[in-house]
Design a protein around this ligand. Structure first.
Ligand SMILES: NC(=O)C1=CN([C@@H]2O[C@H](COP(=O)(O)OP(=O)(O)OC[C@H]3O[C@@H](n4cnc5c(N)ncnc54)[C@H](O)[C@@H]3O)[C@@H](O)[C@H]2O)C=CC1
Ligand SMILES: O=C(CO)COP(=O)(O)O
Length: 342
């Protein structure tokens, strides 16, 4: 069945998702504020700034008319960086109705207060059909047709089913989850550790070290997320472990690249400017370290990275924080009390 969908955001991920759905034969509009970009996509079938090597489906309609795009769509994917997410959602709120589904694809926190993107979506009074899409989804690989898996998390069956219907393709597989908190926190938190791993790679550490960093990152992420209501098992899936591997090892990840640039001697500001796209991990780090302090959560890697990026501490603080910390158990969460610390 053909559905009417709209993607908000003209960046790399929004474009990759819109293109999958257009290829699947759905009626897709992609809203962006930049008129030149609208014209380029509609006339040439290219989004040259964000996905330069990916010819787009000719039926994909770029638009700067937000009102029309929302009115004509049953499902709305919000692919706007966390910094502007709330502002855009406030604009569409008067246009929402109970039948419309809202899916966040943004991996970050509201910079103004400690809340996730789905919290912002849930504040709208019109629709409760809300989901979160997250997983190892490097946009450039998706656009190049690389086999990719993702996770749609929602308590609402119809939201999960619709998202699968819209996105499933021979190269894109969508799994389901009942743990939106875990899936969303996993996607946001891993960006911190992609920066850590980019830094480590620039320092030419060995594979033992990389493996240790990624595994302890997973422990830290799940410790934080469980405190806020997530299921620790979610972190073994694509949204947790999967996304952590993809972004902690790939130079296609903007967060990894920020870490690599800083590890190679650039300032944080220069590193961000050079990338020219959103690297959510920097804001996420600020928010998460603040909350970890407030709630007494032990997060030595995030703490070390924060000191390094924001307080000019030396690089060795990162390794030191991991090697001399208090945590002594390898695995903190297990399925029964007896095996609590495996
Ligand atoms: N690129 C990727 O590989 C993936 C990205 N994501 C997440 O998707 C979200 C969006 O990322 P990308 O598309 O990669 O970002 P991007 O940096 O490629 O593009 C961001 C887009 O948002 C637009 N934008 C920013 N502020 C806006 C505003 N106030 N009003 C309207 N448009 C605005 C920009 O003009 C740009 O078109 C991020 O949170 C990211 O974590 C998730 C999975 C994969
Ligand atoms: O989330 C992503 C892949 O799953 C994209 O990561 P970056 O935002 O670091 O590019």
């Amino acid at each position: 069945m053909k559905h009417s969908v709209c993607v908000l955001g003209g960046g790399s991920f929004g474009t990759a998702l819109a293109n999958i759905m257009a290829n699947n034969g759905h009626q897709v509009s992609q809203w962006m504020r930049n008129e030149d970009q609208v014209e380029e996509i509609n006339l040439t079938g290219l989004n040259s700034r964000y996905l330069p090597n990916a010819p787009l489906n000719s039926e994909l309609l770029a638009t700067s008319n937000l009102e029309q795009a929302i009115r004509e769509s049953d499902t709305i994917f919000v692919s706007i960086p966390s910094k502007s997410f709330e502002q855009v959602v406030n604009k569409i709120e008067p246009l929402l109705t109970a039948d419309k589904m809202l899916i966040s694809t943004t991996k970050g926190f509201n910079p103004n207060r400690f809340e996730l993107m789905s919290d912002i979506l849930r504040r709208n009074p019109s629709t409760s059909k809300i989901g979160v899409l997250s997983g190892p989804n490097l946009a450039k690989e998706i656009a190049a047709g690389q086999i990719t898996g993702s996770v749609i998390a929602s308590p609402d069956d119809s939201v999960r089913n619709m998202t699968i219907d819209l996105l499933k393709s021979p190269t894109f597989r969508v799994y389901e989850s009942h743990d939106p908190t875990g899936v969303e926190l996993a996607g946001a938190l891993k960006n911190i550790y992609a920066i850590v791993c980019g830094l480590a790679k620039a320092m030419q550490v060995g594979e033992n070290t990389m493996a240790m960093l990624m595994t302890r990152s997973l422990a830290e992420m799940s410790r934080f997320a469980v405190h806020f209501g997530a299921n620790p098992m979610t972190f073994l899936g694509l949204a947790g472990m999967g996304d952590l591997i993809a972004t902690c090892t790939s130079p296609l990840s903007r967060n990894y690249r920020v870490g690599f640039a800083v590890g190679s001697g650039k300032t944080l500001d220069n590193a961000i400017e050079e990338i020219g796209e959103v690297a959510e991990g920097v804001n996420t780090l600020r928010m998460v370290v603040g909350e970890a302090h407030k709630h007494g959560l032990y997060m030595p890697l995030a703490e070390g990275l924060s000191k390094l990026l924001f307080e000019n501490a030396e690089l060795k603080i990162l390794v030191g924080s991991m090697m001399t910390g208090d945590q002594k158990w390898d695995v903190e969460f297990a399925t029964n009390e007896e095996n609590k610390n495996v």
